[in-house]
Design a protein. Structure first.
Length: 296
């Protein structure tokens, strides 16, 4: 019997919302409202591309050279973005997650995965992702991590959904509020420093057309909660993502022809394992929970 590249498929429904959770990475293979996509998906006979719907655990974004020091011990991660010599997007994107709920509620799917220690990350975490659909409020995703190891563990969470309104994002209006954006090097996308959003090319405090602007940057000093809204001015259709994380990454998705806008909640910035900026340190038995919501 053949196995789908994205693993097992679990459908969730509520009102006019429907989506598909998959076992590979515990990811989301699309979300629609009234028959139109709100989150970009991909076919069941293909693996996720460009990070679509994946979760980034135990770190989001990049760690330059995959090297960091934690509690006095030097660590070297595998370079999973070899062209830029970075370790990117954590360790669980391609792992097989297992369903944890009983399947009796069609609006709910919960999946779990135990992350064991490995080169560069010698820690043990129990991870749970809960997908809850509501006919009025859309999809809420809750990510929970528990340190089940014997020592402290560095931790960060991120995710990689793409908002879509069914047309090229160049033709859409974007709106979000942030005080600062993170400048990165053009070659390796390594952090340089923060710069003010106000008056910059990334100032979308008032909704305006995205055009051909390229964005692949993190933003911080956000409202609580923050919201990113993508709107088709021709139809009024919109897609929005809300979260309370301290950081978010926006990516205009040139790699997939700008058919969606990646809006990535992140608990910490790139290189947090190196710098310690907003890094969560989980003591044995301690848990961390974060959420985000997507709606039309």
């Amino acid at each position: 019997m053949s196995v789908l590249p994205s693993g097992e498929q679990w459908t969730i429904r509520a009102g006019e919302y429907s989506g598909t959770v998959v076992s590979v990475g515990g990811g989301l293979r699309g979300l629609s409202y009234a028959g139109r996509e709100v989150l970009l998906g991909y076919p069941e006979d293909q693996p996720a591309r460009a990070g679509i719907g994946q979760h980034l655990i135990p770190w989001p974004n990049r760690i330059t050279d995959g090297k960091y020091t934690f509690q006095g011990v030097d660590q070297q991660l595998y370079l999973t973005e070899p062209a830029r010599s970075n370790a990117i997007h954590g360790l669980t994107r391609w792992a097989n997650w297992e369903r944890a709920d009983d399947g009796s509620d069609e609006s709910l799917v919960e999946v779990g995965y135990r992350l064991h220690g490995q080169p560069g990350y010698p820690h043990q975490l129990d991870l749970t992702l809960t997908y809850q659909l509501d006919a009025t409020n859309g999809l809420t995703v809750t990510a929970r991590a528990v340190n089940v190891g014997a020592g402290d563990a560095p931790y960060g969470y991120g995710t990689h959904p793409y908002l879509t309104v069914g047309r090229q994002i160049d033709e859409c209006e974007l709106e979000f509020t942030a005080a600062d954006w993170l400048e990165v090097t053009p070659d390796r996308l390594s952090p340089i420093g923060l710069a003010p959003v106000a008056g910059s090319q990334y100032d979308f405090g008032q909704a305006r057309r995205l055009g051909d602007l390229d964005i692949d940057n993190a933003f911080t000093n956000l409202p609580t909660p923050w919201e990113v809204r993508l709107t088709d001015p021709a139809t009024g259709n919109s897609a929005r993502l809300t979260s309370d994380t301290k950081w978010m990454q926006l990516y205009t998705a040139n790699a997939i022809d700008r058919v969606g806008l990646a809006v990535e909640p992140m608990t910490c910035p790139p290189d947090a394992f190196i710098t310690g900026t907003d890094l969560v340190v989980l003591e044995p038995g301690e848990e961390h929970i974060t959420r985000f919501t997507v709606s039309s």
